[in-house]
Design a protein around this ligand. Structure first.
Ligand SMILES: C[S@@+](CC[C@H](N)C(=O)[O-])C[C@H]1O[C@@H](n2cnc3c(N)ncnc32)[C@H](O)[C@@H]1O
Length: 246
C-alpha cells in the first residue's frame, strides 16, 4: 500500500509497472508503506511469527503494509522488556500496532503493564495544531472496541482521556518504551514534557511520524525539544524517529 494523490486513473498501474521494472533490474525489491527498498535482506518480511500476528490482527492492506514500522517497534519492545518500567502508547486509534505487539510478545505473560492512551474520539480541537483530525478517528464505540480487542490481557490498561491531562489521573511511575503517535506537535511535546523524566535510562521513545514530510512541524518541534535536552532523534527511512534515553 502506498499513500499518494492517485488522481489519474493510470497512476496505480504506472506505479506497479515501475515496481516490476525495478524488480527486473535489481532482483530484490521490497515495498509498502511508501518504502521502496532495493537489495536489502528485509529478513523481518520472512518472520513467520510476525506474519502470523499481522494476519490475525490486520483488517486491510494499509495495516498489512505497517510491517516495516512494526519491525522497528518489535526491536524497541524486545529491548524494553529488559529495561525497568512499563510500555506506553499515546495515540492508539483502533489499537492495531499494539495488538500485534501484545500478541507477538505474549504480553499476558510479561511482568509489565501496558498503557494505551487516546481520546478514542479523535484529536481534541485545542491540540489539533496541524489539522490532522479526521472523521475516521471518531468511529462509534471505538473505546469499547479497543477494550474488547485487548480483553485477554489483564496487564493492559486502555485509558480514555485527553493527553497530557489524563496522565495526572492514571499513568505509570516508570516507562521502558513510549510510542508517540498523536499527529499533533502540541500534544506530543506536552506529553514528552510530562513523561520524559519517567523514562528509564536505556528506555526508548519511538515517534511514529517523525520522518514523514506531511508531519514536518512535529519533526521540527521534536528535534528542537530533544536538542535542548542533549539528545538526537534517529530519523528512520520508515518515517519513524527513535530516541534512546541515557
Ligand atoms: C494516527 S492515530 C494512532 C494510530 C495507532 N497508533 C495505530 O496503531 O493505528 C492518532 C490518534 O491520536 C489520538 N489523539 C490525538 N491527540 C490526542 C490527545 N491530545 N489526547 C488523546 N488522544 C489524542 C487520536 O484520537 C487518534 O486516535
Amino acid at each position: 500500500m502506498f499513500y499518494g494523490d492517485f488522481k489519474n486513473k493510470d497512476d496505480l498501474s504506472f506505479l506497479n509497472s515501475c515496481l516490476e521494472r525495478l524488480k527486473s533490474i535489481f532482483g530484490s525489491v521490497a515495498y509498502g508503506d511508501n518504502n521502496i527498498i532495493i537489495g536489502r535482506n528485509c529478513s523481518y518480511l520472512q518472520d513467520a511469527k510476525l506474519l502470523a500476528a499481522i494476519k490475525r490482527h490486520a483488517t486491510n492492506e494499509q495495516e498489512r503494509s505497517l510491517i516495516f514500522r512494526l519491525n522497528t517497534l518489535i526491536w524497541a519492545f524486545d529491548h524494553a522488556l529488559r529495561i525497568d518500567g512499563d510500555i506506553v502508547e499515546c495515540g492508539v486509534w483502533k489499537g492495531f500496532l499494539f495488538s500485534v505487539l501484545a500478541d507477538y510478545f505474549d504480553f499476558g505473560q510479561v511482568p509489565k503493564q501496558m498503557w494505551l492512551y487516546d481520546t478514542y474520539a479523535g484529536i481534541p480541537a485545542r491540540y489539533d495544531t496541524e489539522k490532522h483530525d479526521h472523521p475516521v478517528l471518531r468511529e462509534e464505540n471505538l473505546y469499547e472496541k479497543v477494550v474488547l480487542r485487548f480483553r485477554r490481557y489483564e496487564n493492559v490498561h486502555v485509558v480514555r482521556g485527553m493527553l497530557p491531562e489524563i496522565l495526572r489521573e492514571r499513568s505509570p511511575r516508570r516507562i521502558a518504551l513510549l510510542h508517540l503517535d498523536l499527529n499533533s506537535s502540541k500534544a506530543e511535546i506536552e506529553t514528552l514534557d510530562a513523561l520524559f523524566d519517567r523514562l528509564s535510562p536505556g528506555g526508548m521513545i519511538v515517534f511514529d511520524d517523525y520522518g514523514w514530510s506531511g508531519y514536518r512541524e512535529q519533526h521540527d518541534a521534536e528535534k528542537r525539544w530533544a536538542e535542548t535536552r542533549g539528545y538526537r532523534i534517529l530519523e528512520m527511512t520508515t518515517g519513524q524517529g527513535v530516541l534512546l534515553k541515557r
